[in-house]
Write a protein that binds this ligand. Structure first.
Ligand code: GDP
Ligand code: ZN
Length: 360
């Protein structure tokens, strides 16, 4: 470690000018210090502070005054008071973005899974997994969570028409960086390391089997070899896959790997689709009916744009497919929630269960 890193260990975790400005608003006599949440197990937090890793817990006052959705999660920045060896969490820095699972129409039951993620590596397999709608769905969720999507097409070794696939992805996401890679041959991996720079936080989206773990290991291993110590940075070394964790990469970037994030398929809700289709959302504001589905309703601005050719048929079809898929996923999720809730359903205990579910 260099001297600079010794002096500002939190910079590698993304501590920046905005956080500093937030600190200056505190009372001069304040004993509160900044920390980032590395993992959480119920009310026990694993935090990193300027002085290194500490165990933390939420103050009673914080629990009393805040909704569950404001309870800190992995990736959050918090204000702590150090008492003996324990950090007592007293405050939360404003979130730059967050990923949550929401029950339709019930904002109070929002379950926040991770916060302050800068980049989402959206991984797709260049085999039967390849699916443009799914990529589009993941990118809408990434954008909604305040993160920049980076599209990664893995298993290039299995693919004879990589250029065609890249072009197809480019057509649905012209603004996003796209990379064809193979964790088996190492093709394209070098370019991904450019994203893992000091202070940036990255997470992976992608179905099971696309190569997220292989990719993580490839990136970690190479970085570990290049700079020698991951474990020194927060004492735990390589991550386990069962608990949520924010891992410091030797390059200075951070990786968030949580079950919640891995299961992202189930919490891509219908409204998220609109984020990826701002043009259609803008048109929709001029539709005659507020709840217009842009199918056969009279006075539909989206249909008019289609007719006069200012909106492409392909883009519109993509939008409708995604909406259908998101509605289906939501219905499935609701069914799952219904099945898992007890018959003698009471409001309060259910919320408590939610908190338990948050053991990332
Ligand atoms: P995850 O579920 O997304 O974490 O995927 P894994 O990393 O566990 O990989 C799933 C399977 O895909 C494993 O059998 C890997 O060996 C295989 N795999 C991963 N990367 C590649 C690749 O670049 N090419 C090929 N052909 N297979 C790969
Ligand atoms: Zn309409």
């Amino acid at each position: 470690m260099t001297n600079l890193e010794n002096m500002n260990p939190l910079n590698s975790y993304g501590f920046n000018q905005e956080h500093l400005a937030h600190m200056t608003q505190l009372d001069k006599a304040s004993q509160l210090r900044p920390a980032r949440v590395l993992s959480r197990n119920r009310n026990i937090y694993h935090l990193i502070t300027e002085k290194g890793p500490v165990t933390g817990t939420l103050s009673g006052k914080y629990q009393y005054e805040n909704e569950l959705s404001f309870y800190p999660v992995v990736g959050d920045w918090v204000l702590v008071e150090i008492k003996e060896q324990l950090a007592v969490i007293q405050g939360l820095f404003p979130r730059k973005g967050k990923f949550s699972r929401k029950e339709a129409g019930q904002i109070t039951n929002e379950q926040v899974l991770a916060a302050n993620v800068d980049l989402i590596f959206i991984v797709t397999g260049l085999d039967s997994n390849f699916n443009l709608s799914r990529i589009q769905r993941y990118r809408t969720v990434a954008l909604e969570g305040g993160a920049q999507p980076v599209l990664i097409l893995n298993k290039a070794d299995l693919c004879d028409d990589l250029e065609e696939k890249l072009e197809a992805v480019r057509s649905i996401a012209p603004e996003d960086p796209i990379h064809g890679v193979s964790t088996w041959t190492g093709e394209g991996l070098e370019a991904l390391k450019d994203y893992l720079t000091e202070g940036k936080t990255v997470a992976f989206f992608g179905s099971s089997g696309v190569g997220k773990s292989s990719l993580t290991n490839a990136l970690l291993q190479e970085s570990v070899m290049a700079t020698s110590s991951v474990s020194a940075s927060h004492g735990k070394g390589r991550h386990t896959t069962t608990t949520a964790e924010l891992i410091l990469l030797p390059s200075g970037g951070c990786l968030i790997d949580t079950p919640g994030i891995r299961e992202i398929q189930i919490w891509c809700h219908e409204d998220a689709v609109d984020t990826g289709f701002e043009d259609i959302a803008t048109l929709a504001a001029s539709c005659q009916f507020d709840n217009c589905k842009h199918q056969s309703e009279p006075g539909c601005a989206v249909k008019i744009a289609l007719k006069i050719g200012t909106l492409s048929e392909r883009h519109y079809t993509n939008y409708q497919n995604l909406k259908r898929e998101a509605i289906f996923i939501e219905a499935k999720q609701r069914q799952k929630d219904r099945l898992s809730s007890r018959p003698e359903k009471k409001k309060k205990p259910r919320q408590k269960n939610y908190a338990a579910d948050l053991d990332l």
